[in-house]
Design a binder for this molecule. Structure first.
Ligand code: SF4
Length: 580
């Protein structure tokens, strides 16, 4: 097992032990759905006559952000199918819709000035009936709905500001989560305000930590949850700016997607523009992290994208409100791990529940939450939290409409991973007709980092570095915005006394070798400009401005030398998204 202990054990420190019946790790939409539905089920059960009542239960949810919603960030066009199953009258309960999808445009941009608008929408780009949402506002609303309930027999604890650090094991059974210490100096010594992390003991834990969950990786390293998956987990990197624009510039419900320019040939990704409530639009760009280009930079692609006349006319006279970035699961069916194990389950992006063609996973994660709640309810009534006691979750999910949807696009990501080539077009056509089947499938993926090419191989020039690239962008601070100026609007903050949470695993020499061979891709892809290479020292040294970190995990996924370990900083640190 890899060493996942990223803080000193501190023998002798008295760690408070809290007991839970069920502990949700991560305050995203999948876990919030599971908690909400579980409360419904317990309430309904306890109203029945002649059943043994469930009483004295403690159910908790921990979230590393300072508040639920602070770290929630996404496109997002929400397919309401799972939400309607959870809460059929969601529109009457203050659901924070930014508008129902209305006019939709899909473009193939062919250059910085031209493009072809699709006369007919590809089926996976049809979003009628969906809602434009801010994931941050959606998760806050869900947390409010849960907090406002009184369910007899259940004590619900919403615990923001708690970062899960390590899994607590009993042999190969998950029995709890230890949270990170707070009030620690950079050298690991405790400060005056030291608060030891807690031991949160539980009968069942649901890990919905988002993409590349740290605890989920620990569990995988012990239990081999990914062992039978066809492909490793793979990801995209997305950045988004929310803008206020002149009134009436776009109609409520407006949605635009594009492929093509400014993405280099041979890579996959695309853009989106979504009307948000009021006079706001979200404009974003996603790029696959299996890019061969060592200097792939979604922020740079977004700035370039904004220079296209179709986009420039939307943003003209507007101003930036908020910026953020995140990695997103993109593998789907063939990258999904085993979902259950003794004492717990994986859910949402952590389990690659995504439709890569629709670029949607929220509704699939929420369906996972509904299935998880039913299985946990059975486990509570049977007092059986073993893998077999929780197996119903995996069985129900894999036979649900959500799994059908994911499976129908099981080869999609690899089909277009090298761009929209004629072969990709042919494969797309076949898989649309066969609900995802391809001759000679399944198409295999490598880990994203392994597809990064050396600078010389990709650019054909030795010693090129990200800063030497002519990106062709004239930043003006108004429409075209430098990373650090963009970052300022994300509200990111960390206590700067604490140890750096981005660990260089194999040492500076490996970073120096990466600088020579790959030009240090982290200095390009990080959406928060956390990494800078100092080449004026004997051994080039990576400088890490960790307090800027947006917690997107891209560095851990994409570092070609796999030299970065992202660990949770003190709970409460990170971005503070409000409309992301
Ligand atoms: Fe993302 Fe890593 Fe940059 Fe943090 S340091 S914003 S996790 S790429």
């Amino acid at each position: 097992m890899s060493d996942y202990s990223t803080q000193p054990a501190r023998p002798g420190v008295n760690r408070e032990e809290l007991e839970f019946d069920v502990l949700f790790v991560g305050g995203g939409p999948a876990n919030l759905t599971a908690l909400w539905r579980l409360l419904d089920l317990i309430e309904a059960h306890n109203r029945k006559d002649n059943v043994k009542k469930l009483e004295g239960l403690t159910i908790g949810i921990i979230e590393k952000g300072d508040a639920i919603g602070d770290h929630a960030f996404s496109g997002a066009v929400l397919d309401p199918r799972a939400l309607a199953e959870l809460c059929p009258d969601y529109m009457n309960r203050g659901f924070p819709s930014e508008g129902e999808v209305g006019r939709e445009e899909v473009w193939l941009f062919t250059s910085d000035r031209s493009g072809i608008k699709f006369p007919v929408l590809p089926p996976f780009f049809k979003n009628h009936g969906c809602h434009l949402v801010s994931l941050s506002r959606l998760t806050r609303w869900m947390a409010e709905q849960i907090e406002s309930r009184e369910v007899p027999g259940v004590d619900v604890m919403l615990l923001p500001g708690f970062a899960g650090l390590n899994v607590i094991w009993d042999n190969n059974r998950v029995i709890g989560v230890q949270t990170a210490d707070k009030g620690v100096n950079a050298d690991g010594t405790p400060r005056n305000n030291f608060e030891p992390g807690n031991r949160l003991m539980t009968k069942a834990a649901v890990f919905g930590e988002g993409p590349r969950g740290r605890l989920a990786q620990e569990i995988d390293s012990v239990l081999g949850l990914q062992k039978k998956s066809v492909n490793p987990q793979v990801f995209e990197m997305g950045v988004k700016e929310v803008w206020e624009i002149p009134q009436g510039r776009v109609q409520p419900g407006f949605v635009l997607h594009s492929a093509g320019w400014p993405l280099p040939d041979g890579e996959s990704g695309g853009s989106f523009v979504y009307a948000m409530g009021g006079d706001r639009v979200a404009v974003g760009y996603v790029a696959s992290l299996d890019a061969a280009d060592p200097f792939m930079d979604a922020h740079h692609l977004l700035q370039k994208f904004k220079t296209h006349p179709r986009i420039a006319e939307i943003l003209k006279g507007g101003k930036l409100l908020e910026y953020g970035g995140k990695a997103m699961a993109i593998g789907g069916w063939y990258s999904m791990p085993r979902l259950v194990f003794n004492g717990g389950m994986l859910i949402g992006d952590t389990a690659q529940m995504v439709n890569p063609a629709r670029l949607k996973g929220i509704h699939l994660g929420m369906k996972g939450g509904l299935c998880a709640a039913e299985a946990i309810m059975d486990a509570l009534t049977n007092n059986d939290f073993s893998q077999s006691g929780l197996q119903k979750y995996e069985d129900d999910f894999l036979s649900s409409w959500a799994a059908d949807e994911i499976k129908s696009y099981r080869n999609f990501h690899r089909t277009i991973a090298n761009g929209l080539t004629p072969i990709a077009g042919m494969r797309l056509g076949i898989s649309m007709l066969t609900k995802g089947w391809l001759p000679f499938g399944p198409l295999k993926s490598e880990p994203d980092y392994a597809r990064t090419e050396a600078v010389e191989r990709f650019y054909g020039k030795k010693a090129l570095k990200p800063k030497d690239l002519d990106r062709g962008i004239k930043y003006d601070g108004e429409r075209l915005i430098q990373k650090l100026d963009d970052l300022y609007t994300s509200g990111v903050i960390h206590d700067e006394h604490q140890p750096c949470h981005l660990k260089i695993i194999y040492g500076d020499e490996v970073c120096a070798a990466c600088w020579e061979k790959y030009g240090s891709p982290c200095t390009a892809f990080c959406p928060a400009q956390v990494y800078e290479m100092r080449a004026d020292t004997e051994i080039p040294k990576l400088e890490i401005a960790y307090s800027n970190c947006l917690h997107c995990k891209t560095c851990e996924i994409k570092c070609p030398e796999q030299n970065v370990l992202w660990t949770p900083p003190e709970g409460g640190g990170g971005p503070k998204f409000t409309i992301g």
